[in-house]
Design a protein around this ligand. Structure first.
Ligand code: SAM
Length: 321
């Protein structure tokens, strides 16, 4: 049995809207406010289609940047990823596409002067890193993923999580505890990067569903994506918009809500806007929020991307077009 008061609290649905639906559908109430499992599924499908639940829930949390255009609603927050996800109602987001700042790379790579998220030698010192890292213990990662699972819609939810080789080895399997992993995608960055042995030229993306069988847009998507890395980016670890576009274009329909709780420079937000999706995201760093706000604002107003001025596709070819 499910109590209507609990459904309202967890899913963020308006009380009178829910009651109206219950009457409309002739859903029987036990003890005046309890709903049986059988009818709960019908209610869940209705809730998933109800808009503005996220906005209502986030009303108290002040958006650092908010924009409503005809095609898109975009809002971003300065917050910790887990704390932000906890504020969202259950079953409210269609796609999570994200690129966490794993701490393991700096810990496991004894690179001496290597620059992963700052100078290795300066680790721990004030301003020693480019940005804060997300503690990638299994416990913390499980908590993060269980929040992702809760906010992702059951019937449509798709999730894309980026990994470097190190985090993939230590955390990739943890994703299976929460989601149905469907693909391990390789992002081929075309040009070689750092590395004391074989020099790194790729990263990974795990694609998984929230237990549903919803397919991607079409069958034109391979599991190796070739997009050049961004050299001398203004935001460290800035990813090409095309990488996020591949994820979002594959999984979205117009009006879907995309969430990225490790926003960085907002490449995921730009990709969402390009796909006529709504976007919510957060980052712990003020610098990220500052750069993302101006990037999104400029893109929505002028169509110009001030952090990625050219295509990163090889010969401008994008495989899904
Ligand atoms: C790898 S970067 C994301 C880059 C982004 N995909 C882009 O294209 O610009 C990871 C981001 O996670 C942020 N971050 C670190 N710890 C965080 C936390 N606990 N919660 C939210 N964001 C966090 C960092 O500030 C950084 O901007």
């Amino acid at each position: 049995m499910y109590k209507t008061s609990e459904i309202i609290a967890e899913y963020g649905i308006n009380e009178s809207r829910l009651k109206e639906y219950i009457i409309q559908q002739n859903i029987p109430l036990v003890n005046e406010e309890e709903i049986s499992k059988k009818y709960f599924q019908t209610i869940l499908s209705f809730i998933e289609k109800t808009e503005d639940r996220i906005e209502k829930r986030l009303k108290k949390a002040e958006a650092t940047f908010k924009y409503n255009s005809e095609n898109n609603k975009v809002s971003i927050y300065q917050d910790d990823a887990i704390s932000f996800l906890k504020k969202l109602p259950s079953n409210s987001v269609d796609i999570i596409a994200t690129d966490p700042a794993y701490s393991g790379m700096n810990d496991k790579l004894q690179l001496g002067k290597g620059r992963i998220v700052g100078k290795y030698a300066d680790k721990g010192k004030e301003n020693g890193k480019w940005f804060g890292e997300f503690e990638d213990s299994e416990e913390n990662y499980n908590e993060f993923l269980s929040e992702c699972k809760r906010v992702l819609k059951k019937s449509t939810g798709h999730i894309y999580i980026m990994f470097d080789s190190y985090s993939l080895l230590s955390l990739g399997n943890v994703v299976r505890n929460h989601f149905d992993v469907k693909n391990l995608i390789t992002w081929d960055k075309v040009n070689i990067g750092m590395g004391h042995y074989f020099r790194r030229r790729h990263e990974y993306v795990i694609f998984a569903t929230n237990g549903n069988t919803r397919k991607i847009r079409n069958r034109k998507f391979p599991d190796v994506w070739r997009f050049k890395r961004i050299h001398s980016s203004k935001y460290p670890t800035q990813k090409p918009v095309e990488v996020f576009q591949a994820m979002i274009h594959a999984s979205s329909e117009e009006g879907f809500t995309v969430c990225d709780p490790f926003l960085g420079s907002a490449s995921s937000a730009i990709a969402s806007i390009k796909n006529n999706c709504n976007f919510i995201g957060c980052d712990i760093s003020g610098k990220s929020i500052e750069m993302s706000s101006s990037r999104i604002f400029e893109y929505l107003n002028s169509g110009k991307d001030n952090l990625q001025t050219k295509s990163m596709a090889i010969d401008d070819k994008i495989f899904w077009e």
